[in-house]
Design a protein around this ligand. Structure first.
Ligand code: DGJ
Length: 779
């Protein structure tokens, strides 16, 4: 997979090739990244430089033809003529910032070593190969180690970098990127994913013809504002065809991705820790590791790139007991009760959950200290005895006795000023003593750069998690950074805070996941404020958004799906009107959308009607039946517009599930086709939907077109009729070849357009949703 030929380095995955060479000057020239190629004469890939362009810097008098600004490079220092985004920036003891890193050595290694200070991808099968390049800075003697990891199976090449201070003096590291990719073209389209609370992962496309596009976070987290995952594609790349590169970072803190086009139509892509506010002091002999960056390329458009990323995350990021285990179907107490919880109300809710078939009951916020609202008690991790007289264990036993597993909510990184912890240790909070502090959800961030704080919180959490038979933990984090200041770090090392904080978070995550390997940890940060590959190294699944509205979730989950597999995104069916949007959507649609994630329920089941409970029970049965495919199959986006179509296919292609959701009904638009992707073209599938009946009340006063007497909407008579008369829903039932479903699709029953209704018509008003099931049949 890794071929070293003289000065040429070729990294091959199953379908891609990455190549670079060492130039005469010792710099690394990037030659190629794309579909797999064979390289006979490497000179054919080398850019021919003879005379430098005017008004540029020649590298030196011996190489007057080379201007680093006009080269595709594997990494770039600062100050030697390359005026683009640097890979590394160091302030030497004399205050100079120019570095000139040139080739020193190369080594090919079997397997992949884990990073020492950060989570990173892993390779259980020992199939990965590593190429380690060491560069030496000609000005100050620093060492830079670049690692390239080749994951042939998932067509991923990942990179990381280590700065080693091999000089005699202390230096300030201001930036160390994880990966740099220089491409010899301009006008590429960057797709990046932005939003905020309850509107995560909205996809934006930006064409970069000249100048710079930056996707970064300064929230202290990977953030819901700008996820670290980006795609870079050709202007004519589509879902299924064309060049598409995907990049992601195994990091949960402030990140930075820049896509820059220079005066010579070269595009530079860098990804790494955000240099804003970042400065690390590195003493002689010390080093600094940049997080691992993931890169993939596909010629099969955005879909092909997504498939690589999904497989990579499933195989090389998510780990532990839950990696390949079907995830439990849970009921969460948050939207059912918020802070108003007690042992008896929780047990009552859990019992309802058991009746409809859930497997795990989760007690969300409000169970500890004086936590009656979001103003107090974070940090005081002992159960509130008034709410839980038997403590966590007492409640857990009762839940277990119902036949359900029990899970708990924690927010270990935070403290309220109104808490015993803050009163005892105000110096443990991130704030500038004596200065006005800006607030976020009335809480402050604990200084996880301070190892004493991490040790203390580890101990408190071990106490909580060890106190009962806890099967699941929701690890929340509800505040972004402001007033950056560590009372632990010296004043000249404050630029280390955000990175040290995230290393502290990882330390706690490691401590707890190692101590409690059976617990399923779910990440959460006000929803998706920390949805990234670093978090996924500890939490196999993450709460995608606090927005549980099915229609909002379409764009949110569609956004996640570009870079993350379905089984990493959790999604709940909640009540209507929805708590975030006040929108009402059919229960069937809420289920359809949430089932394209790790399904859960988050609603007060005690308040639901018998019909709704019956429907939920049926949904849960169905989910369990198809859970393996939903959670571990291959996911495909088919259409995203007013109609949203997704489908998921089992690994053996014998089973598939499709979803169709309509945002807004269009008048006199009666036909729709369901199309799927990823099926076996030669396999025959039995295509069906869920047989449904509709409440006549949904037809309003149209009932009078059929009733022998006048029925007033809202009247007792209408309610009485509704009790006994149900309107039949359409039945889709066909046997089709995969090729037909994928190319033409299945023509669905005509939808209602105001001219008549019977069981052969699709009841399809605003926000309607359907699930379709495709099961392989023998001839
Ligand atoms: C924010 C989370 O995203 C919610 O699901 C819930 O757990 C609340 N925090 C609890 O405070």
């Amino acid at each position: 997979m890794i071929e070293i030929r003289d000065n040429l380095y070729v990294l091959n995955t199953n379908n891609t090739t990455y190549a670079f060479r060492v130039m005469e000057t010792g710099h690394l020239e990037h030659l190629y990244y794309g579909s797999k190629i064979n390289i006979a004469d490497p000179d054919s890939l080398v850019e021919k430089h003879k005379f430098q362009p005017g008004n540029s810097i020649a590298y030196d008098s011996e190489h007057a033809e080379f201007t680093l600004e006009d080269m595709c490079l594997e990494m770039s220092g600062y100050g030697k003529g390359d005026i683009r985004e640097p890979f590394v920036e160091v302030v030497a003891a004399d205050g100079s910032t120019t570095t000139d890193f040139v080739f020193e050595s190369a080594e090919k290694l079997a397997g992949k070593e884990a990073l020492e200070t950060l989570p990173s991808s892993y390779d259980n099968a020992k199939e990965v190969e590593t190429l380690r390049i060491e560069l030496k800075d000609k000005n100050n003697g620093y060492t830079l180690r670049l690692n390239y990891y080749v994951f042939a199976d998932t067509d991923v090449i990942s990179r990381d970098a280590k700065f080693i201070n091999t000089s005699d003096e202390e230096v300030k590291l201001r930036r160390l990127m994880s990966a740099q990719l220089d491409l010899n073209k301009a006008g590429l389209v960057v797709s990046s994913f932005h939003g905020g609370w309850v509107k995560e992962m909205q996809k934006y496309d930006t064409t970069v013809n000249i100048g710079k596009f930056v996707n970064s976070s300064y929230t202290g987290s990977s953030s819901n504002r700008s996820n670290p995952f980006i795609m870079v594609s050709d202007a004519n790349t589509s879902a299924e065809y064309g060049d598409c590169y995907g990049f992601n970072l195994v990091y949960s803190g402030n990140h930075y991705e820049a896509v820059e086009v220079n005066a010579y139509d070269k595009t530079r892509i860098v990804t790494g820790i955000n240099p804003q506010g970042f400065e690390f002091t590195i003493a002689p002999g010390e080093s600094f590791e940049a997080p691992e960056a993931i890169m993939t390329y596909s010629h099969d458009g955005h879909d092909g790139m997504s498939r690589h990323m999904h497989d990579f995350v499933k195989e090389h990021i998510v780990r532990g007991e839950w990696k390949d285990k079907e995830r439990p179907l849970l009921l969460n107490s948050w939207e059912a009760s918020y802070f108003n919880i007690s042992e008896s109300s929780l047990v009552k809710l859990a019992k309802m959950g058991k009746d409809v078939g859930v497997e795990l009951f989760v007690m969300d916020d409000g169970w500890f200290g004086e936590r009656h609202d979001d103003k107090r008690a974070l940090g005081d991790w002992t159960p509130n005895k008034k709410k839980l007289p038997g403590g966590v264990d007492g409640l857990c036993r009762k839940i277990n006795k119902l036949g359900l597993d029990f899970g708990i909510w924690i927010e270990p990184e935070m403290v309220n000023v109104d808490s015993d912890l803050y009163r005892a240790h105000p110096e443990w909070s991130i704030e500038i003593p004596g200065k006005h502090h800006s607030e976020g959800r009335n809480q402050r961030i604990l200084d996880f750069a301070n190892p004493e704080v991490v040790d203390y919180i580890t101990e408190s959490m071990v106490k909580v998690l060890g106190s009962a038979n806890i099967a699941y933990v929701k690890w929340d984090m509800n505040r972004i950074f402001s007033d950056y200041y560590s009372q632990y770090l010296p004043k000249d090392r404050q630029g280390e805070l955000s990175h040290r904080y995230i290393m502290g978070v990882y330390k706690l995550a490691k401590n707890l996941t190692e101590k409690f390997p059976h617990i399923l940890f779910e990440g959460c940060a006000s929803g998706g404020n920390r949805f990234d590959l670093g978090a996924l190294c500890y939490f196999p699944q993450i709460w995608g958004s606090d927005n549980t509205d099915a229609i909002s979730r379409l764009s949110i989950q569609n956004g996640y799906s570009y870079g993350y597999p379905l089984n990493t995104v959790t999604a709940h069916v909640s009540s209507c009107p929805n708590h975030q949007t006040l929108r009402s959507t059919p229960l069937a649609t809420r289920f359809a959308v949430a089932s394209f994630g790790v399904l859960g329920y988050e609603t007060n089941l005690c308040d639901l009607s018998k019909d709704e409970l019956k429907e939920i029970k049926a949904q849960i049965e169905l989910y369990k039946k198809y859970r393996k495919t939903w959670q571990f199959g291959d996911f495909y986006r088919v259409e995203y517009g007013n109609h949203v179509m997704w489908n998921v296919v089992s690994k053996d292609k014998k089973q598939a599930i499709g979803m169709l959701v309509q945002k807004e009904v269009m008048p006199n638009e009666m036909y729709a086709c369901f199309r799927a992707k990823g099926l076996d073209p030669d396999m025959k599938y039995h295509f069906t939907n869920i047989k449904t009946e509709y409440n006549v009340k949904l037809f309003g006063d149209l009932i009078n077109t059929a009733a022998p007497f006048h029925v007033k909407p809202g009247s007792l008579m209408q309610n009485l009729i509704a009790k006994f008369v149900k309107m039949p829903g359409e039945v889709e039932d066909y046997v089709c070849y995969g090729s037909a479903i994928m190319n033409e699709g299945v023509r669905l029953h005509q939808s209602f357009v105001g001219t008549g209704y019977d069981g052969d018509v699709r009841f399809f008003p605003d926000y309607s949703g359907r699930l379709y099931f495709m099961e392989a049949v023998e001839d």
